[in-house]
Structures are given as structure tokens and as C-alpha cells.
Design a protein around this ligand. Structure first.
Ligand code: FAD
Ligand code: EPU
Length: 294
């Protein structure tokens, strides 16, 4: 059957396995994986999806994402080309495409003598993913630096949203399923040596407390108000607990580490086990931080 997607054959892969695109190295195929090259092409793809009633998901670096084994129907978009990855520094303002890596935006800012993002050093992923989930640490969140973002709606129209409209919260925003295409950040000037010192310190502390060289999606659960999910999980005696080929990290109990023969189903079963044990021992319900598809 003819579909308007046929005209995007050059940038489309059908039944494309998604596991290699995620940090957990898990998940089944996307019905269509599409990598638009320009804004116009993205708009045209979105109009087509709207017309054919195809669900649309945006994939960043897959560092906060568990894709189920059965895969994802509809269209998975990656904004990894051209303008989508551009980073522009103008005075103390940084404008970054949604597909730009957060690490790249941090290094560009630091090189320009700009402070404000050092506390986010070591967080994987794209600017789009960071904005959607208000990526952060105990010392700061990206949302406090965002002046505005551009989103494209499902008709292919671009809108600018102010920080108030985005509604940043702890590891959350009110963006729903809007497609982020860029973010404008307001930073400030500081002594480059001081910035570099803070950057190093953040990085050293992160490396010491989190299993950064293993396959993971970062913290699996949000911290309940005033508490630490990692410490609750450790107190429940769960460090090192295995289901199939995944386990609760010995270094940081809010990380699940996957090994070679792991499936998404293993991770989901381990998540349920951790949740019910923490519920039993502490009477606290842990909420997922990672996103699950579909
Ligand atoms: P993905 O995982 O690809 O996607 C996450 C969600 O964002 C999905 O729902 C996706 O649809 C959506 N999304 C992505 N891009 C767009 C877009 N352009 N438009 C609309 N929606 C979009 N997080 C922290 O906050 N703090 C940490 O300290 C931290 N440490 C981590 C350490 C490790 C080792 C790992 C693996 C992860 C860590 N994380 C941390 C989690 C993760 O890095 C962040 O959540 C990151 O911001 C996700 O970005 P991403 O591009 O990988 O998003
Ligand atoms: N702790 C334990 N056992 C563990 C892990 C932690 O007892 O296995 C204790 C620590 O000793 C410490 C307390 O819990 O006293 C807090 O630990 P940590 O400083 O490591 O911070 P966290 O609350 O576990 C949060 C974020 C991280 C972020 C760090 C650093 C959440 C869910 N996690 O972790 O973000 O990197 O602070 O600021 O908010 C992520 O969101 O994916 C993520 C990794």
C-alpha cells in the first residue's frame, strides 16, 4: 500500500533494532526509524504521521530509556543531523539543537568561560532528553538555565515556549509529547580556572559513586521527597540482586546494570521485585524515573 512515508525512504529504516541506540542495549525494533536532515523534512514527516495516524516517539541518546522486547510501532525519530545538533554561543547565551549532546554543550560553554552547567558534567544524553526530564543533580538542574525552547507540534509548526510554560519540576516537565527542537540557555561569565575546577570535582564525585562504565540507564527511580531511593534499596538488602542477566548495582543501588544476555523483560521483573521489597520493608512506593516504551 502507498504511504506518504514512502517519500522519506532515504532517511527511513524499517524494522530497525533499537537496542544498539540505548545505554541499556535493550529493546526490540522500531517499525520505522527516521532521521530527518532539516526542519522542513521533520515537519513533512510529522504531517505524514498525523495523516496516517502513526504514533511518534523521539529517541535521544537512549540513556534514560527502557524499550520493551516487542519493540515500538509507528515512527521513532532521531534528531542527529545538521541543524538539530548545532550549538551557538552568543555572549552568555547558548542556543543548542535538541540533538546536541549535553556533554558537548557543557564543553563549549566552559571553553567560552561560561558557568552554570558544570554540575551536570557526566550526565549522558541530548539537550532534548535533558529538557524533557529536567536532568540534574543534587546541586542543580538544567531547567534553571533554560530561558525558552522551540518545539515542533504534530502539524509541523514551530512554537517558542518560555521557561514558565515548560513547567520544570524534579526530573519532569509539562511538555507532554511535544517535540523539542532546540533550547536557549542563559549562563554567566566566570574565571575559566574556577569553572574547570568545579567541573573536575563533579566528575570525580560522580565516577566514585555511580557505575559509569557499566550498561545502565542512570537512576531507575526518582528519589521520594527528602529520601534517597538508592539508600532505601540498599537498606532492603537488594544490592547485587539478579534477575536473568541484570542486577542491582553494588556501587549504587538505584542503578540496574545489564549484561550480555539480558532482556527488557528481565529488567522489568527486577524493577517489580525492587519496588515490592521496598514497599514491604519501608512502606514507600518508588516511582520510575526512566521512561519505558511503548
Ligand atoms: P532518551 O533516553 O533518549 O529519552 C528520554 C525521554 O526523553 C524519552 O521519553 C524521549 O522520548 C524524550 N526525548 C528525548 N529527546 C527528545 C526531544 N528532542 N523531544 C521530545 N522528547 C524527547 N539523569 C540525571 O538527571 N542526572 C544524572 O546525574 C544522570 N546520570 C546518569 C548516569 C548514567 C550512567 C546514565 C546512563 C544516565 C544518567 N542519567 C542522569 C539519565 C539520563 O542521562 C538523562 O535522563 C538524559 O537527560 C536523557 O537524555 P537522552 O537524550 O538519552 O534521552
Ligand atoms: N546511598 C546509599 N546506597 C546507595 C546509593 C546511595 O546509601 O546504593 C546514599 C548515599 O551514601 C548518600 C545518599 O544515598 O548518602 C544520596 O546518594 P547520592 O549522593 O549518590 O545521590 P542520589 O540521591 O542517589 C541523585 C540523583 C542522581 C545524581 C546524584 C548526584 C536521583 C534519583 N538521583 O542520586 O541522578 O547524579 O544525585 O547529584 O535524583 C539520575 O537521575 O539518573 C541520576 C543518576
Amino acid at each position: 500500500m502507498m504511504s506518504c512515508l514512502d517519500s522519506f525512504a532515504e532517511i527511513t529504516r524499517q524494522d530497525e533494532p533499537l537496542a544498539p541506540y540505548t545505554w541499556l542495549k535493550l529493546g526490540g525494533p522500531a517499525q520505522y526509524l527516521i532521521e530527518p536532515r532539516t526542519m522542513d523534512e521533520l515537519a513533512a514527516v510529522l504531517q505524514c504521521c498525523q495523516k496516517e495516524k502513526l504514533p511518534v516517539h523521539v529517541l535521544g541518546e537512549g540513556s534514560n530509556l527502557l524499550i520493551r522486547d516487542e519493540g515500538v510501532s509507528g515512527v521513532v525519530l532521531r534528531l542527529n543531523n545538521g541543524d538539530f545538533c548545532k550549538v551557538e554561543v552568543d555572549g552568555t547565551t547558548v542556543k543548542a539543537g535538541a540533538g546536541a549532546l549535553l556533554s558537548h554543550v557543557i564543553s563549549r560553554s566552559v571553553a567560552g568561560g561560561l558557568t552554570g552547567l558544570e554540575e551536570l558534567a557526566g550526565i549522558p544524553g541530548t539537550i532534548g532528553g535533558a529538557v524533557i526530564g529536567n536532568a540534574g543533580t543534587r546541586s542543580g538542574e538544567i531547567g534553571t538555565k533554560v530561558v525558552s525552547i522551540d518545539v515542533m507540534n504534530h502539524e509541523g509548526k514551530i512554537e517558542t515556549l518560555s521557561s514558565e510554560m515548560i513547567g520544570f519540576e524534579y526530573r519532569n516537565s509539562h511538555l507532554g509529547n511535544a517535540i523539542v527542537i532546540s533550547a536557549t540557555l542563559q549562563l554567566s561569565e566566570d574565571d575559566p580556572n574556577e569553572i574547570t575546577k568545579r567541573l573536575r570535582k563533579t566528575w570525580i564525585m560522580k565516577k566514585a559513586s555511580q557505575p559509569l562504565s557499566s550498561q545502565s540507564a542512570g537512576c531507575v527511580f526518582k528519589n521520594p521527597r527528602g529520601l534517597s531511593a538508592g539508600s532505601l534499596i540498599e537498606q532492603s538488602g537488594l544490592k547485587g540482586t539478579r534477575v536473568g542477566d541484570c542486577e542491582v548495582s553494588d556501587l549504587h543501588a538505584n542503578f540496574i546494570i545489564t549484561h550480555e544476555n539480558c532482556t527488557s523483560d528481565d529488567v522489568l521483573r527486577l524493577i517489580n521485585l525492587v519496588r515490592s521489597k521496598v514497599q514491604d520493608t519501608h512502606d514507600i512506593e518508588l516511582e520510575l524515573e526512566i521512561k519505558t516504551w511503548p
